[in-house]
Design a protein around this ligand. Structure first.
Ligand SMILES: Nc1ncnc2c1ncn2[C@@H]1O[C@H](COP(=O)(O)OP(=O)(O)OP(=O)(O)O)[C@@H](O)[C@H]1O
Length: 296
């Protein structure tokens, strides 16, 4: 019998997990996967629990929650650098946006994501790393990227993704550029004022599925998109172009792939890692090729 550790955030998204839990456990158990659970209690708990689950030799780890919970579980696992063999990771998307699950085409119905684990369908994925922290989907900096941690959790529970759009509109009005020096491996050093920069590991970012269409999860590369200083009207136009995937034709957009990149700024720039606050610049971003296996 295989042993799985299910780490779930009871407050994620519309707080579905409590209701689903008995059925999920039954389905896994019937398929020969004995599953024990841990409900997270707050920030950092999922990461500690995932590291502990690796140390205790579980065969499977499952992260149930939103992108924040997934990021914590990945951090707990990826930090086990000495361990030769990490257990594969199951992703049960129960958050508000579930960017990463969408990029990996993980089904939305609970029966189907249980079956991915049961059928043992795994694939290797790259993990991003900056200043000792890991990200699975996206890293970014600049004032607009700060909106994900300004949306209160209760609001997200109530109105879902709309909460981000409301905050985004409020935030755009006060958008300001940031001085950055971007030094990426294989590219010339760039210096100037930028509205924001994003480093994508997958191609679904912030609900924009065409933002980084060239990003592949197992290619050992980071896809970098940076937007040079522009005015509000130009920025809004750019956002609507990005919805269609036409933003690469805009002269404000810089797009390239790299394995390693250093970003510095004379100002204070907070970093956003998978939608959560992840320290600040300066930062050295790198890719850990095929560091983890996920059920997908
Ligand atoms: N019991 C808890 N009560 C309050 N907050 C928690 C609890 N457990 C975990 N958290 C925190 O909630 C954060 C966000 O959770 P998560 O990403 O799973 O859900 P979400 O915010 O609804 O989804 P999304 O990130 O997709 O918007 C986690 O990073 C964690 O710090």
């Amino acid at each position: 019998m295989k042993r799985a550790r299910l780490i779930y955030n009871p407050t994620s998204g519309r707080e579905e997990m409590r209701r689903l839990l008995p059925d999920v456990l039954d389905r896994l158990d019937l398929a020969g996967i004995e599953t024990s659970c841990h409900a997270t209690t707050g920030e950092g708990d999922a990461a500690r629990e995932a590291a502990e689950a690796c140390a205790r030799g579980y065969d499977i780890i499952i992260a149930a929650g939103g992108d924040g919970t997934l990021n914590e579980v990945v951090n707990g696992m990826a930090g086990q650098a000495g361990k030769e063999f990490l257990p594969p990771l199951g992703i049960f998307p129960l958050g508000t946006t579930n960017d990463f699950a969408r990029a990996m085409k993980i089904p939305k119905r609970w029966e189907e994501y249980c079956d991915l684990v049961i059928e043992n369908k795994t694939r290797p994925i790259d993990i991003g790393k900056v200043n000792g922290r890991h990200f699975i989907n996206i890293a970014g900096g600049g004032s607009l990227t700060e909106l994900t941690y300004e949306v209160p959790s209760k609001l997200k529970t109530l109105i879902g993704q709309l909460a981000y759009y409301m905050k985004g509109i409020e935030k755009m009005a006060s958008l300001s550029p940031t001085q950055l020096i971007i030094n990426a491996e294989g590219h010339e050093v760039m210096e100037g004022e930028f509205m924001l920069f994003l480093i994508a590991n997958s191609n679904s970012v912030g609900g924009f599925e065409k933002l980084a269409p060239g990003a592949e999860i197992d290619d050992g590369m980071l896809d970098v998109i940076a937007v040079r200083k522009c005015n509000l009207a130009e920025f809004i136009r750019l956002v609507t172009m990005a919805l269609r995937g036409d933003h690469f034709n805009d002269p404000h957009v810089v797009y390239f792939k790299t394995r390693r990149m250093e970003v510095t700024s004379p100002g204070n720039v907070l970093l956003n890692l998978d939608g959560e606050l992840g320290g600040e610049l300066p930062g050295v971003f790198e890719i850990l090729p095929q560091h983890l296996r996920i059920f997908a």
